[in-house]
Ligand binder design. Structure first.
Ligand code: CAA
Length: 246
């Protein structure tokens, strides 16, 4: 197996942490960004005590200049970024008629514009080295829409449009670009949905429970593997059967 450097944005969150653990288990060097140094340090220590050394770089994914600097720092510390997982994201749920411009822009910036900012900083290197794996962590709600999430659903749907365009432009450079669309996974983000609303959502999931972060990480590890070289432009739904569009 070739050891590579993987950058997972928003790695300190529920799904991000699981992706980092999976990629580290496969023998890769793993890196993530953070905004809050105190939170990041306690998370880094917890990962280290579980045997995963993570290269930590401060950087806000909504800021293009900060992303450029962040990627250069990761490269200095860990080598060229061959695997990028655009995982950072936020919600600002409210019905559209109540949504203000900041709630719209915050979500578009953190979930979608971040993909431009970070990917732009790694793509030239991947093209020059003729190898790369890029995965967008989108959402079931980018596929089916969600009451209260016009901002988030728009950003998440946009992420797959981004994937399939990049997939076409970069295929001949050995770079694959895919999307993973998780359903409702038991992370802080989902647990922040009011309990009675969440219970109704879980009742719609045929498998009968929330997903586990590891169930998403497993697919990311598959897409980023050496042998997934003929899979590009795919969007893999992992949602317990909650949405079965095709
Ligand atoms: N379909 C139809 N009606 C719905 C509805 C739905 N899915 N959800 C709520 N409603 C109705 C309520 O029954 C209520 O109706 P009444 O007024 O007749 O009682 C009404 O909408 C509430 O409307 P409001 O304008 O008062 O709504 P609000 O501004 O208080 O917002 C909400 C409510 C924020 C949308 C809340 O319902 C909510 O949090 N919904 C869940 C949103 C969600 O799924 N977020 C996912 C977060 S996790 C994530 O995003 C990760 C991922 O990728 C999956």
């Amino acid at each position: 197996m070739t050891q590579r450097t993987a950058l997972v944005t928003g790695g300190t969150g529920g799904i991000g942490s699981a992706i980092i653990r999976y990629l580290a288990d496969q023998g890769h060097r793993v890196a993530t960004n953070y905004r809050d140094p105190d939170k990041a340090e306690s998370w880094r220590k917890a990962m280290a005590s579980a045997g995963v050394e993570v290269c930590m770089v401060q950087g806000d994914v909504t800021d293009p200049a900060a992303c450029e600097a962040m990627v250069r720092k990761v490269e200095e510390k860990c080598g060229p970024v061959d695997i990028l997982v655009n995982n950072a994201g936020i919600t600002r749920d409210t019905t559209f008629h109540k949504m203000d411009y900041a709630q719209w822009m915050d979500v578009i910036n953190a979930n979608l514009n971040s993909c431009f900012n970070v990917t732009r900083a790694v793509i030239e290197g991947m093209r020059a080295r003729k190898w790369g794996r890029i995965v967008q962590i989108s959402s079931i709600n980018g596929q089916k829409g969600q009451y209260g999430q016009a901002n988030y659903a728009a950003a998440k749907a946009g992420m797959h449009g981004f994937s399939i365009s990049l997939a076409q432009e970069n295929a001949k450079f050995g770079i694959t670009v895919n999307t993973v669309s998780p359903g409702y996974v038991g992370t802080d983000m989902v647990m922040a949905v009011p309990e009675e609303v969440r219970a109704k959502i879980v009742a719609q999931i045929p498998v009968g429970r929330l997903g586990k972060p590891e169930e998403i990480a497993h697919a990311v590890a598959f897409f980023t593997g050496e042998q997934a070289s003929w899979i590009t432009g795919a969007n893999l739904a992992i949602n317990g059967g909650h949405y079965m569009g095709w």
